[in-house]
Design a protein around this ligand. Structure first.
Ligand code: ADP
Length: 417
């Protein structure tokens, strides 16, 4: 509107001067003024018809409240830069992620990683999107993918200007999964390679120096048998773990009585207990305790817990397996099976990591006992599938107790239908 007023003022003054000094008739001047006013007041559309009112009247579209609101409303960290790389808008998530970012300052002052600065320069120069990685180590490690997208913006004079939209995507969870996968493959290969190396070493010895030595042959064949059994156990555990992981979202539907399952495991482990000079005491209810469960998985779960107690807690001389109905921390009824040993126990720093795959307090001891390092991980996954929980308590020197808690059958929705 200011432009129209200016045109009318200039035209009015020029016509007045012509009337006074140039002999123009007032009537002619009035008609001329009316024509100029009419032309100035017509809303000529010199740009793209879709362009906003702000463009028509000269404001920079990326500096408007609409652009600010758009950036502020995006869920991921977002920053809008002008063509020179100066920050125009940034949302709260971006300000939190990169506190050094300031409006009207160059973004590369805050994002100083060479990879990002180069990507930004290239995006500005070529007007093509670029990607870079933004790493943040405070307060915890975070990996963000930064995408720089040049955005064409129509100018007030009908041309096109570019601003840069910086979007950060959090890749941390993906990265962690990828790291865990790589660790898992490395651990599994290592665990398999060790007995394999022993097997091939003994085969070489038996084919060479010990070919005619009957006593050595007997001894080596015994070791080879144990190593082959260890590999088989590891493969079994890996397969069980992957099966349970695949079905972890599907709750078992069959209603089972947990007491005979625990008794069956205790009976099956009596020979091992006798071998280790450990007595297994049981305190199990006479009446059935029903939960929604998978019998095979429950057998596996209790086998792991009781076998661990016999292996690692043997020095205590006894293992107690008891069960009771209790109340969970959320106030729901919970059926618990507690396996308690009186061995050396576990230092507190190890407790949170015991259910990680291949985590062992003492790797040598675990291998000597025929352990794979996967038992408690399997226990945790089986309990997750049963919507239960594992509680590990230990006082070093006084033994350890492993509690498996299950919701009773009547509290599992599927059990009622
Ligand atoms: P492993 O195959 O080595 O037994 P687990 O996942 O079953 O693997 O157990 C992980 C580790 O936890 C074991 O290597 C052992 O160090 C420790 N552990 C498990 N149960 C006990 C226990 N009852 N007492 C002491 N340490 C235990």
């Amino acid at each position: 509107m200011r432009r129209v007023a200016l045109i009318l003022l200039v035209a009015g003054l020029a016509l007045a001067a012509l009337v006074v000094f140039g002999g123009l008739q007032p009537l002619g001047a009035t008609v001329a003024f009316a024509c100029i006013a009419g032309a100035a007041l017509v809303p000529w559309q010199v740009h793209d018809p879709d362009a906003s009112r702000e463009i028509e009247f000269g404001a920079n579209p990326v500096e408007t409240d609409v652009a600010r609101a758009l950036v502020a409303g995006m869920p991921d960290p977002n920053v809008l830069l002008d063509r020179a790389g100066r920050v125009i808008h940034l949302n709260a998530a971006a300000a939190q992620l990169v506190p050094a970012l300031r409006r009207n300052e160059l973004a590369q002052f805050a994002l100083r990683a060479p990879e990002i600065v180069t990507a930004l320069r290239e995006a500005i120069a070529t007007r093509e999107a670029r990607r870079a990685t933004y790493l943040n180590h405070v307060p915890v490690d975070r990996w963000m993918e930064l995408i720089i997208t040049p955005i064409p913006v129509p100018t007030a004079f009908g041309g096109v200007d570019y601003c840069m939209l910086l979007t950060f995507h959090d890749q941390t969870p993906l990265r962690r999964v990828e790291e865990m996968r790589a660790d898992f493959v490395a651990n599994a290969s290592h665990e398999l390679r060790t007995p394999l190396a022993a097997l091939s070493g003994f085969i070489d010895t038996l084919q060479g120096p010990a070919r005619e030595d009957a006593r050595a042959r007997e001894r080596f064949l015994g070791i080879m048998h144990a190593q082959a059994a260890r590999m088989a156990r590891l493969i079994d555990d890996l397969l069980s773990l992957s099966r349970v992981e695949l079905s972890v979202h599907v709750r078992p539907e069959t209603i089972v009585d947990i007491v005979p399952i625990v008794r069956e495991v205790v009976d099956g482990l009596e020979p091992l207990a006798a071998e280790r000079h450990v007595e297994i005491e049981t305190a199990l209810p006479e009446t059935p305790v029903l939960i929604c469960g998978d019998r095979e998985e429950l057998l596996r779960l209790f086998e792991n817990l009781i076998e661990n107690a016999l292996k690692y807690g043997a020095s205590g001389g006894r293992v107690m397996v008891s069960s009771m109905l209790d109340v969970s921390s959320e106030g729901n009824p919970e059926f618990r099976v507690v396996v308690r040993d009186f061995g050396p126990g576990i230092a507190p720093e190890h407790l949170p990591r015991l259910t990680e795959r291949f985590y062992r307090v003492d790797a040598g001891d675990s291998r000597a006992q025929g352990g794979t390092g996967l038992g408690l991980s399997l226990v945790k996954h089986i309990l997750n599938r049963h919507r239960g929980r594992l509680l590990i308590e230990s006082v070093p020197g006084q033994g350890a107790s492993f509690t498996a808690g299950f919701p009773p059958a009547r509290d599992v929705p599927e059990a009622r239908s």
